[in-house]
Design a protein around this ligand. Structure first.
Ligand SMILES: Nc1ncnc2c1ncn2[C@@H]1O[C@H](COP(=O)(O)OP(=O)(O)O)[C@@H](O)[C@H]1O
Ligand SMILES: [Mg+2]
Length: 455
């Protein structure tokens, strides 16, 4: 998750948004409380004033009758308690509860002041109001202390806060959803590019499609394409080099071989003949190596224009077997074709023949005199099968994969060779969309099996 672009972007937007929301929730709580307090205080002030206004003076005695309507204002259904006390200017209780908290006001003329106190284990909003009593030639005043429990105020506070907070929550959820939608749409071209890269075949050197991705990603695609182009150029140069080198080697080797053959016919002594025979063997060997190198470089992807000839494997096998029949006869090997069912494939006819040549050549090369080598051609559902089976020495399972590597030869291999034959086989099989594997032949010997998509 830590490396997911989507999660990171979402995190960078949503986490600060949530923090801001928390901050805002606190701020809106404070302002909602101020508003609820203001409403409570206004009600308290109105009620206290209506109590104070009932005060009358008779024979220098202040009389107070608390009107029920003044207290009914607090009956909002929240079950609040209301407490009051009315005192004269000297602080004598005229009506109400004696132990209600009072406080000395800094400025007695300022009318009313409210605060929150705890009274009889209940939090109260308490208001103190001084009210002058007007009468002919009289200057008296009453102090009303009026308090209410906080149920109604708290309900209002919660209500005010919930509205603000609910709106914010809705905003955050909407922002998150739009963000997700945006990410989905925004990341889609990038994901398509990823899929396109993943879907490429291992040998594809086609440039990547740059048009679909956003401007920020264009340089990346361009850089990748430049890199691909460089690889393509280098690969082409390497191919040219190997092809040229093999060509250059082959010509003088062929000449050398011809000359050695001619010289052997001309000269008489056994030593000279032996020396020339050795030269001839080495040149033949090198000639074969350069031939194999050339074939391998031609079999590599991208080195030849892709061809898709319709190739009948049976016909091809008969032609190849005709070519090597003489060699097999000389070595006393029984070489045959087992074509149970004709099989046709699409591919480069020359390279497919080269594939079979290498397989048959191996069987003839590594099997002792008197062995049997069979080329099997068969159609197996959607695949065309072409295998070469022998009853020679075979190979241990640990070698079955490695023998397809370039220049690899199994330990203790006696006959001459370069280790390139099966690398060519695999390259050709892969190019034709097929697979190749080696396994044990029942009763000993080796089978190398090529499976290609049937045409
Ligand atoms: N039919 C076979 N029987 C036994 N060993 C084989 C056979 N075919 C191939 N091999 C082993 O696989 C190795 C690789 O074969 P290959 O790639 O054709 O190279 P090369 O024939 O030039 O050595 C050979 O050196 C040999 O050890
Ligand atoms: Mg070989």
């Amino acid at each position: 998750m830590r490396h997911s672009l989507r999660a990171q972007l979402l995190g960078w937007v949503l986490v600060p948004l949530l923090l801001l929301a928390a901050l805002n929730a606190t701020a809106s709580w404070i302002s909602a409380r101020a508003a609820a307090d203001l409403v409570t205080d206004r009600t308290l002030a109105a009620s206290a004033r209506s109590i104070a206004e009932q005060a009358t003076v008779e024979d220098d005695l202040i009389q107070v009758v608390v009107p029920p309507a003044a207290l009914e204002m607090f009956d909002t259904g929240s079950g609040d308690f209301v407490y009051y006390a009315v005192m004269d200017g000297a602080g004598r209780l005229l009506a109400g509860t004696a132990d209600l908290p009072r406080w000395s006001k800094i400025d007695p003329s300022s009318g009313s002041a409210a605060k929150e106190v705890v009274y009889r284990d209940r939090p109260l909003r308490l208001l103190m109001l001084d009210h002058p009593i007007a009468g002919p030639g009289l200057r008296a005043s009453v102090t009303v202390v009026l308090g209410t429990t906080l149920n109604s105020r708290n309900a209002l506070l919660l209500h005010l806060w919930a509205i603000g907070f609910g709106q914010q929550l809705a905003l955050i959820v909407a922002a998150g959803l739009f963000m997700l939608l945006g990410l989905r749409r925004g990341l889609a071209p990038l994901l398509r590019l990823r899929d396109a890269v993943l879907a490429r075949s291992s040998t594809s050197l086609e440039p990547l499609e740059a048009g679909a991705v956003q401007a920020e990603l264009q340089p990346l695609v361009a850089a990748l394409n430049r890199q691909i182009e460089r690889v393509q150029r280098q690969l082409a140069a390497q191919h040219r080099f190997v092809t040229n080198a093999a060509h250059q080697l082959r010509t003088p080797l062929t000449l050398l071989n011809v000359q050695a053959t001619y010289a052997r016919r001309q000269l008489g002594t056994a030593e000279q003949d032996a020396a020339l025979a050795a030269i001839q063997a080495s040149t033949q060997q090198m000639s074969r190596l350069s031939g194999q190198l050339l074939t391998l470089s031609r079999a590599e992807p991208g080195s030849r224009r892709a061809r898709s000839d319709l190739v009948d494997l049976g016909t091809m096998a008969r032609r190849v077997l005709d070519d090597v029949a003489e060699g097999a006869l000389a070595k006393g090997i029984d070489l045959g074709l087992d074509e149970a069912m004709s099989a046709t494939v699409r591919g480069d006819a020359t390279m497919l023949a080269e594939l079979l040549v290498n397989l048959v050549d191996n069987a003839l090369r590594y099997c002792p005199k008197g062995s049997t080598v069979t080329v099997v051609v068969r159609r197996d559902g959607e695949t065309a099968l072409c295998s070469v089976q022998d009853n020679g020495p075979g190979l241990p399972p640990s070698e079955w994969e490695r023998i397809f590597e370039r220049f690899y030869r199994a330990p203790d291999t006696q006959a001459e060779g370069s280790g390139l034959g099966l690398a060519i086989v695999r390259e050709v099989a892969t190019a034709a969309g097929g697979t190749v594997l080696a396994r044990r032949m029942e009763g000993g010997g080796l089978v190398v099996e090529v499976r290609l998509p049937a045409a």
